[in-house]
Write a protein that binds this ligand. Structure first.
Ligand code: NAD
Length: 261
């Protein structure tokens, strides 16, 4: 029997590079996926692909900064699949800014999606897990930027350190309820997010070549190449499955060997 048969899994940012790869793979493992992203059309597309491959999915439009929308997303998963087993708080945004140019508006934009969005996602999932009688898994997407600071992504790094810290706090708070919380930390993954980061480098005059930022960051991976979104599927499957039942509060680097701690 596939490893995630009938598990109800919500994934935010599920129309993006990493989220769609995880959603599609876990659906093939038997999970029932709530595909959640900003755009209903983009979420519908991923859910449609899962259905075409014989899996089960529903699509939901959500802005993870908005508690009522996050609540409705989880309620939709419970309505469609009977319960919530796992939430992946994966939605995120990046922005390149030289350190001295980061504005309050930049800070709020990045931390609202990447940190506040994860806080709300975890809070609403924990409420549902407790109503179900305990158990449940939280998986957050952090980053190597949650382990080291990189200029000119200081505000992005702060938001990802926050994800690592909140994951530990939630793990401590709700272990007694059988709820686990872990995160994984990708390195440099070829997804649309890098278009934004690279553009930011160019606009800031920090680099002028397309993909220079991506290539120079990726050159730090000892395995000799940047990640593909598919490289994150193994850790996602592990963290969503009962194989990881005795692990909580951890942040797993899956970065091709960029950060050693
Ligand atoms: P992506 O841009 O392809 O996907 C991000 C998705 O999040 C998009 O579909 C976007 O619509 C969605 N999103 C953005 N704001 C949202 C909001 N307010 N509410 C709901 N959804 C929202 O990028 P990705 O690389 O797939 O990123 C996924 C996660 O991985 C992010 O948390 C990112 O920070 C993290 N990450 C990415 C890399 C990388 O190199 N690409 C490295 C480390 C960590």
């Amino acid at each position: 029997m596939p490893i995630l048969t009938n598990k109800s899994i919500v994934i935010t940012g599920a129309a993006g590079g990493i989220g769609a790869a995880i959603a599609t793979a876990l659906a093939a493992d038997g999970a029932h996926i709530t595909v959640a992203d900003l755009s209903q059309a983009a979420a519908d597309k991923v859910a449609g692909e899962i259905a075409k491959a014989g899996g089960k999915a529903v699509a939901v439009a959500v802005d993870v900064r908005e508690r009522a929308q996050v609540r409705a997303m989880i309620d939709r998963a419970v309505e469609a699949f009977g319960r919530l087993d796992v939430i992946f708080n994966n939605a995120g945004v990046a922005q390149t800014r030289p350190f001295l140019d980061i504005t309050e508006e930049d800070w709020r934009f990045i931390t609202d999606v990447n940190a506040l969005g994860v806080l709300i996602g975890m809070q609403e999932a924990v409420k549902t897990f407790k109503q179900q009688g305990g158990g449940g898994k939280i998986v957050n997407t952090a980053s190597i930027a949650g382990k080291q600071g990189y200029e000119p992504l200081a505000h992005y790094c702060a938001s990802k350190f926050a994800v690592v810290a909140m994951t530990q706090a939630v793990a401590r708070a709700f272990g007694k309820d059988g709820i686990t919380a872990n995160c994984f930390c990708p390195g440099v993954v070829a997804t649309p997010m890098w278009d934004t980061i690279d553009k930011g480098f160019r606009d800031s005059g920090l680099t002028h070549k397309v993909n220079e930022a991506f290539d120079s960051f990726a050159a730090g991976a000892v395995l000799g190449r940047p990640s593909r979104a598919d490289d994150l599927v193994g850790v996602a499957r592990y963290l969503a499955s009962s194989d990881s039942d005795f692990m909580t509060g951890q942040s797993l680097l899956v970065d091709g060997g960029m950060v050693f701690i």
